[in-house]
Design a protein around this ligand. Structure first.
Ligand code: ADP
Ligand code: GLC
Length: 480
């Protein structure tokens, strides 16, 4: 089976969050199920800089107003189709924001162009290769199935995966002519959304199947609290809605071989973590004492509950824990976390920025990872925590709920607990969870057992890749 995946981020070429990890790992996991994936992505400067020996596969003289070329490259086990369109992507900022942190005003055109290129490839425009299935990710790629509906193309089934329904790609109706869709595309059964245009909304209406990244989140987005206005649209697709939990690339994330981890270990040599822990203490300026190090590796946003961390920092230190925080995001939250670090030297360390190697070392050295998200479609850092023996302390929501087993009495006795869950997601809920964790930490036998159980849990892509493969097969024309 041949799949065209369309994604605005793919690890290791470009990453701002979990989408990149998934778009980079799923094609590799799918290989053993006979699925061959080519991934279409934008040619951002970071991508153009690292790709080697590109082969030109397709040229557009005018892709919604700019010339563009599709280049095929093989990169670390992935087959990538880079959409090289300097007018859209050759910019000094990030994938979505300019250097001052503002959305690019032409984001609609940049990602409609990506989607249109995907639809053209689905239609067989690229010589020698046509997909059996198109798999799009998030609003940036969601217009692919919209273009596929209105362009006279052979029917190719499409799957849209929603990684976070909070990001919807909504724009004013005045962009309609620029999208070059027929006027009747502006309908409630397609891209029209409260007199505006919704890219994710259009994808939700036009894709043959819709998936999201955990079973719990698939339920949650049917409700107004989590659906963010799209709950009705999701409900209209309930028969084609699937919750498939993310896995992780267990080769990249392996504490026994991870090249950035100072001292390697397995579930039977957890003592080796001590040296990594000491490196973390050095990096974050924390005291070298027996108090546990709780870490945070996150976008610093309201979704991720980072305001609760800022508000609870003094109490967390008083309870006897240390905090190592790596992240970037809202300026106000960065400021309050830095202020907390200034109040508690040696107890709280904050590093603002994006640091992939440090994110690995923290999982390999810290005692627990705190994830107080208000909503979390799947979450990957708790999965990395499980794999690295860094106990996840998580809000009971979305994928966090589906992947961490709370250390209640029954689960501890049955030896199946892997972390701590808490609800409601409030300051007192969070502090209660941390108190529970510190209590468990006082009994190192229990703590080690939790670590080992976490390290045993299956966080690989194996089962979920099989589910995607089964979904593709159920949609593909018979005989594929
Ligand atoms: P989201 O995609 O919503 O941000 P996920 O938990 O799915 O949340 O994925 C976040 C990914 O980004 C993980 O791989 C995590 O390790 C990584 N990450 C987040 N913040 C940082 C940071 N400051 N430095 C390095 N990696 C980070
Ligand atoms: C989104 C979600 C996150 C999920 C990731 C990958 O960024 O916020 O929960 O893990 O996508 O699917």
């Amino acid at each position: 089976m041949k799949v065209l995946s369309v994604s605005s981020e793919v690890f290791p070429l470009i990453k701002t969050g979990g989408l990149a990890d998934v778009a980079g790992a799923l094609p590799i996991a799918l290989k053993r199920f006979g699925v061959e994936t080519k991934t279409l992505m934008p040619g951002y400067p970071a991508v153009m800089k690292v790709i080697r020996d590109p082969v030109v596969r397709l040229r557009f003289d005018d892709l919604l107003g700019e010339p563009a070329t599709v280049l095929e490259v093989h990169h670390e086990g992935l087959d990538i189709l880079v959409l090289d369109a300097p007018g859209y992507y050759d910019r000094p900022g990030g994938p979505y924001l300019d250097q001052t942190g503002k959305d690019y005003p032409d984001n609609w055109r940049r990602f409609a162009a990506l989607s249109l290129a995907g639809a053209e490839i689905a239609a067989g425009l690229m010589p020698g290769w046509r997909p059996d299935i198109v798999h799009t990710h998030d609003w940036q790629a969601a217009m692919t199935s919209v273009y596929m509906r209105y362009y006279p193309t052979p029917e190719v089934p499409s799957v849209l995966t929603v990684h976070n329904i909070a990001f919807q790609g909504q724009f004013g109706a005045e962009i309609l002519p620029g999208l070059r869709l027929p006027p009747h595309a502006y309908s409630t059964e397609s891209i029209e959304y409260y007199n505006n245009i919704g890219f994710l909304k259009g994808g939700l209406k036009t894709a043959h199947a819709v998936t999201t990244v955990s079973p719990s989140y698939a339920q949650e987005i049917l409700e107004a609290e989590f659906g963010m206005g799209l709950e009705g649209v999701i409900a209209s697709r309930i028969d084609s809605l699937h919750g498939i939990v993310n896995g992780i690339d267990a080769d990249i994330w392996n504490p026994a071989t991870d090249p950035v981890v100072h001292t390697h270990y397995t579930a039977t040599s957890l003592k080796n973590r001590a040296e990594n822990r000491a490196s973390i203490a050095d990096f974050f300026g924390l005291h070298h004492d027996s108090a546990p190090i709780l870490c945070i590796i996150s976008r610093l946003t309201w979704q991720k509950g980072m305001d609760l961390i800022a508000a609870s920092a003094d109490e967390i230190v008083e309870m006897g824990a240390k905090l190592a925080i790596l992240g970037s995001g809202d300026a106000a939250l960065e400021g309050s976390l830095l202020a907390a670090a200034a109040r508690h030297p040696g107890r709280i360390g904050v590093s603002i920025g994006y640091n992939e190697p440090m994110s690995h070392l923290m999982q390999a050295g810290c005692d627990a990872i705190v994830i107080p998200s208000r909503f979390e479609p799947c979450g990957l850092t708790q999965l990395y925590g499980l794999r690295y023996g860094c106990i996840p302390i998580v809000a009971r929501t979305g994928g966090l709920n589906d992947t961490v087993i709370d250390a209640n009495h029954a689960a501890l006795a049955a030896k199946v607990a892997t972390g701590i869950q808490f609800s409601p997601v409030t300051k007192s809920g969070l502090l209660h969870a941390i108190r529970r964790a510190l209590h468990l930490y006082t009994d190192q036998k229990v703590w080690t057992q939790l670590q080992k159980q976490g390290m045993k849990s299956d966080v690989s892509w194996e089962k979920s890749a099989e589910r995607y493969a089964a979904l593709y097969s159920s949609l593909a024309p018979k005989g594929k």
